[in-house]
Design a protein around this ligand. Structure first.
Ligand SMILES: Cc1cc2nc3c(=O)[nH]c(=O)nc-3n(C[C@H](O)[C@H](O)[C@H](O)COP(=O)(O)OP(=O)(O)OC[C@H]3O[C@@H](n4cnc5c(N)ncnc54)[C@H](O)[C@@H]3O)c2cc1C
Length: 390
């Protein structure tokens, strides 16, 4: 099989990137181990994705946003960051911006289903499902990819969108810094007695964090990060005990709380590749940068990177240059590294600061909240980073 571009991984980023390229003259293949059935109708995974204004704009330009049931999109109007048991919070309000919301919260399975539908309908994209990559070889002029069903793909450019543990990245010998927090993220949906008023909370309790994110109706997405040795106990906790525990930790702000459905757990580590490109090869999405979910930037950054790479490729095509050459792809690398590095290191620093039991860290985080609240340029900077209002 011959294609101009082959994308390994039909996750939300791989599919969005395929769509971004589909307006060019290139023909694109996207391959995934999952079946077409599970890509078309992804199972519930407990993830609610907070999307910035820039991401909404990008997804709208791809026609993906329009495929998401608008009744399932919740608005985040305010956000509060709370330190320990203190009633004081760092407070962000959409009224301080020109937008009617700080961001949007959408079930991950709906984003994935919409991206799949749009890619499937494009004539420029061939989706090959139920197969993985066995091996690949890249020389000066082409990439050759051997699939697990023994078929071979020849292409000019191979894109790795195969997630945080990217096997393609490893096979290419691209080093990646991995930060293992020794923690686990537990997510679930809870119904509550009182309305959330579209306020998102991030509570940094000692040794664990609790995020309560407003979903549609009297429901919230609960995100707990906890030391991995204590995660099992929470996963196995009886519903009644769990409800009481979360309600107490959240100071009954939302009244009685009840879990709806299952809890889901994810090991917590972040990763950042040293570079995102090689000759005829590029990394996108979590394969390039895997973020700690506390600042909700993983998919947002993946979309931004997809847009950057697609623009670089489009420019090369219109200048009749080799779009898969290392010189062209290095432009993507430089531009996207400038976006990812400050967010990646800033997020990890924040997580360390708010998880540390050291006295200096405790004092610093109290100061940080007050400084953030009272010093408008800092607050504006954080808000700009979180919401990506353009
Ligand atoms: C609890 C939690 C909450 C989150 N909240 C947010 C949030 O609020 N906002 C936000 O922006 N982000 C959030 N994220 C991050 C977001 O979910 C990820 O950034 C996003 O899923 C990355 O998409 P991706 O397409 O790069 O990778 P993945 O979603 O990991 O997809 C990779 C795909 O590659 C396929 N694959 C892998 N290897 C192969 C192979 N060898 N051959 C073929 N196919 C292969 C897999 O089957 C999969 O379909 C959250 C993550 C978690 C865990």
């Amino acid at each position: 099989m011959n294609f101009d571009v082959t994308i390994v991984g039909a996750g939300p980023v791989g599919l969005s990137f395929a769509r971004a390229l589909s307006d060019t003259s290139l023909n694109i293949a996207i391959i995934d181990r999952q079946t077409s059935k599970s890509l078309a109708n992804p199972p519930e995974d407990g993830r609610e994705i907070a999307l910035t204004h820039l991401s909404k704009k990008i997804l709208t330009s791809f026609g993906i946003w329009q495929e998401i049931d608008q009744n399932e999109i919740s608005l985040i109007k305010e956000a509060k960051v709370i330190n320990g048991a203190s009633p004081y919070s760092l407070h962000f309000n959409h009224q301080d911006t020109s937008e009617n919301t700080l961001g949007h919260l959408i079930p991950n399975r709906l984003v994935r289903a919409a991206a799949y539908k749009v890619a499937k309908e494009s004539k420029a994209i061939k989706i090959i499902t139920g197969v993985g990559v066995d091996s690949f070889n890249i020389d000066a002029n082409k990439a050759e990819i051997k699939l697990s069903n023994k078929e071979i793909i020849h292409c000019s450019l191979m894109i790795a969108a195969d997630g945080r543990l990217s096997g393609s990245r490893r096979s290419m010998g691209i080093p990646s810094e991995v930060k293992d927090f020794g923690k686990t993220v537990i997510v679930c949906k809870m119904e509550h007695e009182k309305p959330h008023s579209n306020i998102a909370y991030e509570c940094f309790h000692y040794g664990r964090t609790l995020a309560v994110l407003p979903m549609v109706g009297n429901y919230s997405s609960i995100v707990i990060t906890i030391s991995s040795d204590q995660a099992d106990a929470i996963m196995k906790m009886k519903d009644q005990t769990f409800n009481q525990d979360i309600q107490t930790r959240f100071n009954s702000r939302l009244g009685d709380m009840m879990i709806v459905g299952k809890k889901y757990s994810y090991p917590l580590f972040a990763s950042h590749a040293s570079h995102f490109h090689a000759n005829r090869f590029a990394l996108i999405g979590d394969a390039s940068v895997g973020m700690h979910p506390v600042t909700a930037h993983g998919f947002n950054l993946g979309l931004r990177g997809s847009k950057t790479l697609a623009t670089v490729i489009e420019e090369a095509l219109s200048n009749k240059l080799d779009f898969a050459s290392v010189e062209i792809l290095s432009k993507y690398n430089q531009k996207h590294q400038r976006s990812t590095r400050p967010l990646y290191y800033g997020t990890n620093l924040l997580v360390d600061l708010y998880n540390s039991e050291r006295l200096t860290a405790k004092v610093l985080r109290r100061l940080a909240l007050r400084f953030g609240n009272n010093f408008w340029p800092v607050k504006k900077l954080i808000m700009g980073q979180l919401t990506e209002v353009q």
